[in-house]
Write a protein that binds this ligand. Sequence first.
Ligand SMILES: Nc1ncnc2c1ncn2[C@@H]1O[C@H](COP(=O)(O)OP(=O)(O)OP(=O)(O)O)[C@@H](O)[C@H]1O
Ligand SMILES: [Mg+2]
Length: 413
Amino acid sequence: MNEPRDPSASYPPAEPPPQRRDTPPAGSVRPVSSAPANVPPARDPLDPADGPANAPTARPPAVRANVAVPARFEPQPPVSAVPHQAAPEVTVTPSDTPQASGYGDEVDASTYVSRETPTREEDDPPLAMEAMRAVQILNPSGEVTMPRPDRTRVMCVANQKGGVGKTTTTVNLAVALALHGNRVLVVDLDPQGNASTGLNVPHHTGVPDVYDCLIDSVPLEEVAQAVEGIPNLWCVPATIDLAGAEIELVSVVARESRLARAIAAYPGHFDYVFIDCPPSLGLLTVNALVAAQEVLIPIQCEYYALEGLNQLINNINLVRQHLNPKLEVSTILLTMYDRRTRLADAVEQDVRNHFGDKVLQAVIPRNVRVSEAPSYGQSVMTYDPGSRGATSYFEAAQEIAERGVKEPVSRNA
Ligand SMILES: Nc1ncnc2c1ncn2[C@@H]1O[C@H](COP(=O)(O)OP(=O)(O)OP(=O)(O)O)[C@@H](O)[C@H]1O
Ligand SMILES: [Mg+2]
């Protein structure tokens, strides 16, 4: 039943306040390329670095212990990866000063840098500025180099277990290496197209993709796209068409080596080619294993982490025996490490005992910034370069680069 109207109320009723033009309508989808300037990112309840759920502001990102991040950047020596751009200034204003997180790590305002506190000029910086800013935060003095290998390293990022961080690892290592002067190609070999999404490369139906290379022998250079804002980085996208490739490949000549041929025929010289595999051991993954010299296996620090690995190792051995004698498991990366659990420690010990020095010293923590970044079409390296996720991937990339040269290059070179 209707309530009687309040006679004192004016009629017609006052108009609702006009909506801000920039307020997105309810249910609208934010374009992936524009990061929000003033909306604090969601918290990861599992990540102590993100502070308690009711903390008033986001906790500042942790910065590697040996890297002092200046609150206001002084002009830096030119960075070889992005030599033509002026260094953006990041200033800390009193209102930006973060609250202590309540975890005993008092925040020093003079070292606080975060994307949650942009200056007015930085409200929506172009992607190239984000990349420049990332290099300055991750490597402020420019002392860390990522030496270029003397031959192309083709690395297949594989684990048939789903959701262990294959795509996240591919995208972030590729961006870290490219930001430090390496020429990098990412081949998205997963019909889900997550690596293409993470690099903000168009991959809707109709876009030329890796399917065309595998099935119709289209040269890779015709489908590779430059990644916006990241110099030296290209991506061969995957569209949903690739879902049919596994079956279509069965009747194609030399079906296991289609990708190997395409990569070998690519005229551009790359330092790294990362192939992001789907979570299966089908023909797509076999193509990646035949094309690569190295396998990088991300292992999630969870129960069941090692289950199924034997099957992957057996497949790698079979490919080595019959199709690609150069193939080796060169790198194991522990991902989504939760330092609060004993389980993560136990998994780490197991993996290190089993794989020895193939396991990188850098371990990727579970970190909410890592999982947020793809929804903005960015890697965590540019989305929040000061976060623990970014600094860990930076360290992993550095280790991979140093392992790739026979005589490690001095960091001060
Ligand atoms: N270090 C991390 N901290 C928090 N979340 C993470 C981290 N690494 C990955 N994730 C999230 O975990 C999910 C799975 O990661 P990702 O897609 O990289 O795994 P994958 O092995 O490629 O999965 P698939 O097998 O489906 O291809 C994603 O939502 C990703 O954002
Ligand atoms: Mg994936």
